[in-house]
Write a protein that binds this ligand. Structure first.
Ligand code: DGL
Length: 261
């Protein structure tokens, strides 16, 4: 049984953060993770920023009562709206937030277009504007809100005519011969990566922030001497919707493979 002070909480508006949890488990198999998805209130990404802020602060305050050693905000939307406030409220806890992997995409691509798929909240927040400004000179950055992908993933619809028609309608018009990369700037989107990759074709690279966020979490735990060096880790999954189907979907997504389910 994990001691509560060993727990790392992973938070998202719903199922999306499971794409980050997957990476965290892969990189730190000895750690004990408590995943909390707020599916009762998803999607966050089309709400007023103030509501995202209140929901996130509230849920993290609730998780903090369980005595955590770290919190991973596995939601780009919640990170954009609250990360500074979370860090000042909980200065003694490691707080990591995921951000669209635009830096990596820009550094690894030659001049050309980079499409950043994310939620409306993420794309209008100051954090993203600052990131975009940094790379706008060297690349043609196209922000693309894709709210419906969140709804598909919440329903467990990861492929098929419905998401394909939607992606054809919103994504394909943004791609041109100069497009080098697509950034999946919402943690729900990696579950649709096979479909996105098929539509984008082999010349466009796809980035998501999960791997970098997990690596950053690992580094911070190491720095603070908090990384467990023995034993087998475990994963607790909780959700604000107390429906066994939701938890079964989370478990299924945790074992999602890029090459198909
Ligand atoms: N998964 C979240 C993100 O990374 C947001 C999805 C939503 O609730 O709109 O931005």
């Amino acid at each position: 049984m994990a001691k509560t002070e060993d727990l790392i909480a992973v938070f998202d508006s719903g199922q999306g953060g499971i794409s980050v949890l997957r990476e965290l488990v892969r990189q730190m198999p000895r750690e004990h993770f408590l995943y909390f998805g707020d599916s009762a209130n998803a999607p966050y990404g089309s709400r007023p920023t103030q509501q995202v802020r209140e929901l996130t602060l509230d849920r993290i305050a609730m998780l903090m009562q369980r005595g955590l050693k770290a919190v991973v905000v596995a939601c780009n939307t919640a990170t954009g709206a609250t990360i500074d406030e979370l860090r000042s409220r909980y200065p003694h806890t490691i707080i990591i937030g995921i951000e669209p992997a635009l830096k990596l995409a820009a550094e690894q691509s030659t001049k050309g277009r980079i499409v950043v798929m994310a939620t409306e909240v993420t794309l209008r927040e100051k954090k993203f504007s600052a990131l975009m400004q940094r790379y706008q000179g060297s690349h043609d950055i196209v922000p693309l809100p894709c709210p419906k992908i969140v709804e598909f993933v919440e329903r467990g619809v990861l492929e098929g005519p419905e998401p394909e028609a939607y992606l054809r309608e919103v994504l394909l018009p943004c791609l041109n011969a100069d497009t080098r990369a697509i950034v999946l700037g919402c943690t729900h989107f990696p579950f649709m990566r096979p479909l996105i990759a098929r539509l984008a074709g082999p010349n466009i690279r796809i980035y998501d922030g999960g791997e970098g966020t997990a690596a950053q979490t690992r580094r911070r735990l190491e720095q603070e001497n908090l990384l467990l060096s023995e034993g087998e880790g475990r994963v607790i999954i909780e959700n604000s919707l107390p429906d066994p189907k939701i938890l079964a979907l989370s478990r299924m997504l945790l074992h999602f493979e890029e090459n198909g389910l």
